[in-house]
Design a protein around this ligand. Structure first.
Ligand code: NAP
Ligand code: ZN
Ligand code: ZN
Length: 362
C-alpha cells in the first residue's frame, strides 16, 4: 500500500474505514443515520467494533450546543464497550479479540503537568474529547460511540473484564468514573453521611459507589416515584426535595453532597443541608449560572467545588473495582432507532437508570 501522505484526498478515502453512525446534523436536531469514514489505525491505535454505547445527559447538552463549542455532524457517545478488531504496528497493550472500553477522552497533550499526573481530563492544553473536538493530528473532528466502529490511541483505551454483562458496563465509562472519582477523593468511610442529589445515570452509580465505600447514603430527588428504586440500589434514606418536612429533617446533616442535576436548580437550597465544614461537589452541568452568596459558604465553613470525569488510570481502577465487587449500571437496552425518544424521556427524568444502545441494531 502506498504511503497515505502521497495520496490525493479522494484516494485517501479509499484507504479509510467506512463506518455508520447516528448524528445530529445541526444544533438541537434529532439524530439521523449518517455514513462516514474513520482513519486507519496509526501505529499506536486500536480499531474497535462497538457493541454497546451508553447515553449520557452530556450527549444532549452537546447536541443542543449548550456549552457553545459543538461541531456538526455531531456523533455523540462516550460510554463505549467493544471488541478490538485491528491494532497499529506499535500497539503493546491490546490484541485483536480483547474486550475494551473507551470513555470521554481519546487524546491529550501528554506533556503538561496534569497529563503527567494522570489527570488528562484537566489537560492544560485542552483534552481531546471522544466527540466534537478537533483531532490533534489533523484528522477532522472526533466522532463518538453512537456508531459501529471507532479508532483510538491505545493509551486512552481501557481493559474490560469480558465476564461482566457488557451492556451494563458501558455506562461505567462516564457515569461510573464521574461519580467514583469524587467519592474516592473524599475518602468515604463508615459513619460519613453522603447525599446523592438527582437519581439519574450518574446519581444511581453514585449511590452504588458511596454504599460500597461504607457511607450512610441518602438520595435527594424531585421524583418520589424513585424511592423504592433508591432503596433497592442500597440507599439508606430517600428525601423528596419537594416535601418541606422531609427537607427540614436533613438541614445541617450531610458531610458530602454529590450534585448530579442536569438542569437549573438552587445550590443554596442544598448547601443548607451540609454540616459545618461539609462539601458539595458539582458534577451535573446546568447551563444557567448559579448564584451563591459567599455568606452561605462562610458561616458554616462549607465548600462548593466541581469535578470532571476522571483520568485514565483512575478509570481503569474503577473498572477493576466494579469487576471485583460486581458493580454495573442498571440499564434499559434500546434499538438505535429509538434514540430520539430516549432523549425525550431523559429530559423528563424518566430513565431507569441509563439508556444503552445495542449497536447491533445500527
Ligand atoms: P440524567 O440521567 O438525566 O439524570 C439527571 C437527574 O437530575 C434526573 O434524573 C433528575 O433526578 C435530576 N433533575 C433533573 N432536572 C432537575 C431539576 N430541575 N431539579 C432537580 N433535579 C433535577 O443525567 P446524567 O447523565 O446523570 O447527567 C447529569 C448531569 O451531569 C448532566 O448535566 C451531565 O452533562 C453532567 N455530567 C457531568 C460529568 C462530569 O464529568 N462532571 C460527566 C457526565 C455527565 P430526580 O428525578 O431524582 O430528581
Ligand atoms: Zn458522560
Ligand atoms: Zn496535557
Amino acid at each position: 500500500m502506498p504511503e497515505l501522505q502521497e495520496l490525493k484526498a479522494e484516494e485517501k478515502t479509499a484507504f479509510r474505514i467506512p463506518a455508520k453512525a447516528y448524528a445530529a446534523m445541526g444544533v438541537g436536531e434529532n439524530l439521523v443515520p449518517w455514513d462516514f469514514t474513520r482513519r486507519n489505525p496509526r501505529p499506536h491505535d486500536v480499531q474497535v467494533d462497538i457493541k454497546y454505547s451508553g447515553m449520557c445527559h452530556t450527549d444532549l447538552h452537546f447536541i443542543r450546543n449548550d456549552l457553545g463549542f459543538s461541531s456538526y455532524p455531531l456523533v455523540p457517545g462516550h460510554e463505549i464497550v467493544g471488541i478490538v478488531t485491528a491494532v497499529g504496528t506499535d500497539v503493546t497493550k491490546f490484541k485483536v479479540g480483547d474486550t475494551v472500553g473507551i470513555g470521554c477522552l481519546v487524546d491529550s497533550c501528554r506533556e503538561c503537568e496534569n497529563c503527567k499526573d494522570d489527570l488528562a481530563q484537566y489537560c492544560l492544553n485542552g483534552a481531546t474529547y471522544t466527540y466534537g473536538i478537533p483531532d490533534r493530528h489533523g484528522d477532522g473532528i472526533t466522532y463518538g460511540g453512537y456508531s459501529n466502529k471507532i479508532v483510538c490511541d491505545e493509551d486512552f483505551v481501557l481493559k474490560v473484564n469480558k465476564d461482566l454483562p457488557l451492556d451494563k458496563v458501558a455506562p461505567l465509562l462516564c457515569a461510573g468514573i464521574t461519580t467514583y472519582s469524587p467519592i474516592k477523593k473524599w475518602n468515604i468511610k463508615a459513619g460519613d453521611k453522603v447525599a446523592i442529589l438527582g437519581l439519574g445515570g450518574l446519581g444511581h452509580m453514585g449511590v452504588k459507589f458511596a454504599v460500597a465505600f461504607g457511607a450512610e447514603v441518602t438520595v435527594l430527588s424531585t421524583s418520589p416515584s424513585k424511592e423504592a428504586d433508591a432503596i433497592k440500589l442500597g440507599a439508606h434514606k430517600f428525601i423528596n426535595t419537594k416535601n418541606e418536612e422531609q427537607v427540614k429533617s436533613v438541614q445541617n446533616y450531610f458531610n458530602y453532597i454529590l450534585d448530579t442535576v442536569s438542569a437549573e436548580h438552587d445550590y443554596n437550597f442544598y448547601l443548607s443541608m451540609l454540616k459545618t465544614h461539609g462539601s458539595m461537589v458539582c458534577v451535573g452541568l446546568p447551563t444557567v449560572p448559579a448564584s451563591v452568596p459567599a455568606a452561605n459558604l462562610i458561616f458554616q465553613g462549607r465548600s462548593l467545588s466541581g469535578s470532571l470525569i476522571g483520568g485514565l488510570k483512575e478509570t481503569q481502577e474503577m473498572l477493576d473495582f466494579c469487576a471485583e465487587n460486581n458493580i454495573t449500571s442498571d440499564i434499559e437496552l434500546i434499538n438505535i432507532k429509538d434514540v430520539n425518544t430516549a432523549f425525550e424521556r431523559m429530559e423528563k427524568s424518566d430513565v431507569k437508570y441509563r439508556f444503552v444502545i445495542d449497536m447491533a441494531t445500527i
